[in-house]
Design a binder for this molecule. Structure first.
Ligand code: HEC
Length: 111
């Protein structure tokens, strides 16, 4: 696991950047829109490598079935799955955005 201070140091600027980015987005993205997913993933890939290589305590999230990916993100957002950082990350997205992230990460090949 990463120390809390490092997680906070990484997450807070990322949150600020992503809030600014989301404010500039068109009103909605189509369900499962890979291009939108790639855009939104900018926040995720500081921790989860798009190569699918695992670093530190951060799991790989590429190549998953989209439904499994969405289910995990919803479980974090609903606080059914425990992890303060991922709960905060997951709770920000609409269903369309989660589908877009699932489509994007699902399209990447594990190493
Ligand atoms: C600051 C680092 C960080 C950022 C940014 C981050 N994550 Fe995570 N993520 C983690 C950590 C650490 C875990 C492991 C949490 C746990 O133990 O439950 C995790 C877990 C996950 C899991 C579950 C993995 C598994 O094997 O069960 C998914 C899916 C996920 N993150 C998706 C995302 C997405 C999508 C984004 C961007 C919107 C994102 N994460 C942003 C650190 C991060």
């Amino acid at each position: 696991m990463l120390p809390d201070s490092l997680i906070r140091a990484l997450l807070l600027p990322l949150l600020a950047v992503s809030m600014a980015a989301i404010a500039c987005l068109p009103a909605r993205g189509a369900s499962g829109d890979q291009a939108l997913g790639a855009y939104l993933a900018g926040e995720c890939v500081a921790c989860h490598l798009p190569s699918g290589r695992q670093v530190g305590g951060i799991p790989a999230i590429v190549g998953w079935p989209q439904s499994a990916f969405i289910a995990v993100m919803q479980a974090y957002a609903a606080r059914e799955r425990d992890h303060a950082l991922m709960q905060a990350v997951a709770a920000k997205f609409t269903a369309d955005e989660l589908a877009a992230l699932a489509a994007y990460f699902g399209s990447l090949k594990p190493p």
